[in-house]
Design a protein around this ligand. Structure first.
Ligand SMILES: *[C@@H]1O[C@H](CO)[C@@H](O)[C@H](O)[C@H]1NC(C)=O
Ligand SMILES: *[C@@H]1O[C@H](CO)[C@@H](O)[C@H](O)[C@H]1NC(C)=O
Length: 231
C-alpha cells in the first residue's frame, strides 16, 4: 500500500501542471432532456450532446459550450446544446435571440409554444433554476434538464415516481411530489385519478402493454413520464 501510494504520488508529480488541470469533458454526453410546452410535452428523452456552435433564426450563430461569458474555464455540454441537438434529431423547431451582453441566448419559442408578454421559457437543472443561461450552464452525464414554459409563474414542478412494471388487474401506487421542494402534491391528476393528501394515487391497469403516465395540475409544470410495462 505504501509502495503504491508513493509510486502514484511520484507519477502525478512528474506530470506537467497544465496536463493535470485540463479535464476532457467536452465529449458526447447522455443527458435527460424534457421540454414542457404550454399544453403538451414537446420532448422527453435521452440526448447525447456536447458543447458546440449553434444557430437560431433570430439570434444567429454563437458558441454554446459553457465558456459563454466566461462561466466555465473549459468547454463542455450545456443545457442549450442539448436542446439544439434534440431539435435537429427529432425535427422540432425552436428560436432564440442572442443577448450579446450575456453571450447567451434567450428562448423565444420551442415547438408550438411561443413566449408571451407575461409567460417565458424557464430552465431547470435537476429541478433547480439554473443561475446562468443555457449555453453557460454545463451538464454532466444523466443530469435532468427541464425547459418549462411559464416556469416563473408555476406553483409546482411535478415529479412522478412509481413502478415501471405492474401486473394486470393488481393495484399499483404512484406518488406525485414537487421536484424542487420534495413536498407531496395533493389534487394532481394521473391517468384520470386524483392524488390524495400524501401525493399518492392507486391505479389498476386493465390492459397489458406499455402505459406512459404523467402527472398534471393546473398552474404547475407537468411531470416526467413514468413508463409502466403491464404484464
Ligand atoms: C463559432 O462561433 C463563434 C462566435 O461565438 C465564431 O467566432 C466561430 O467562428 C464559430 N466557429 C465555427 C466553427 O463556426
Ligand atoms: C394551449 O391551450 C390554450 C387553451 O386551449 C390555448 O388558448 C393556447 O393557444 C394553447 N397553446 C398552444 C401553444 O397550443
Amino acid at each position: 500500500m505504501f509502495f503504491l501510494t508513493t509510486v502514484l504520488l511520484c507519477v502525478s508529480a512528474l506530470l506537467p501542471h497544465a496536463a493535470r488541470a485540463i479535464p476532457a469533458k467536452n465529449h458526447p454526453t447522455p443527458v435527460n432532456l424534457r421540454i414542457e410546452g404550454a399544453n403538451d410535452t414537446i420532448f422527453e428523452g435521452t440526448v447525447v450532446t456536447m458543447g458546440h456552435n449553434i444557430t437560431t433564426a433570430s439570434g444567429g450563430t454563437n458558441h454554446c459550450d459553457g465558456t459563454n461569458d466566461g462561466a466555465n474555464e473549459f468547454p463542455g455540454p450545456t443545457c442549450t446544446s442539448a436542446l439544439a441537438d434534440a431539435a435537429v434529431a427529432n425535427r422540432f423547431q425552436w428560436d432564440a435571440t442572442l443577448f450579446t451582453e450575456f453571450d447567451d441566448y434567450f428562448i423565444i419559442s420551442i415547438g408550438d409554444t411561443t413566449e408571451t408578454a407575461t409567460q417565458f421559457w424557464g430552465l431547470l437543472l435537476n429541478f433547480r433554476f439554473t443561475p446562468v443561461g443555457g449555453c453557460q450552464q454545463e451538464v454532466k452525464e444523466n443530469d435532468d434538464i427541464l425547459w418549462a414554459f411559464d416556469a416563473f409563474n408555476a406553483q409546482h414542478f411535478l415529479k412522478l415516481d412509481g413502478p415501471t412494471k405492474a401486473k394486470e388487474g393488481v393495484l399499483a401506487t404512484f406518488v406525485v411530489t414537487d421536484g424542487m421542494t420534495g413536498e407531496s402534491i395533493e389534487g394532481a391528476t394521473v391517468d384520470g385519478k386524483t392524488t390524495g393528501v400524501d401525493g399518492t394515487v392507486v391505479i389498476t391497469f386493465r390492459a397489458r402493454g406499455k402505459h406512459g403516465l404523467k402527472a398534471t395540475l393546473e398552474g404547475s409544470i407537468r411531470s416526467n413520464e413514468v413508463n409502466v410495462k403491464v404484464y
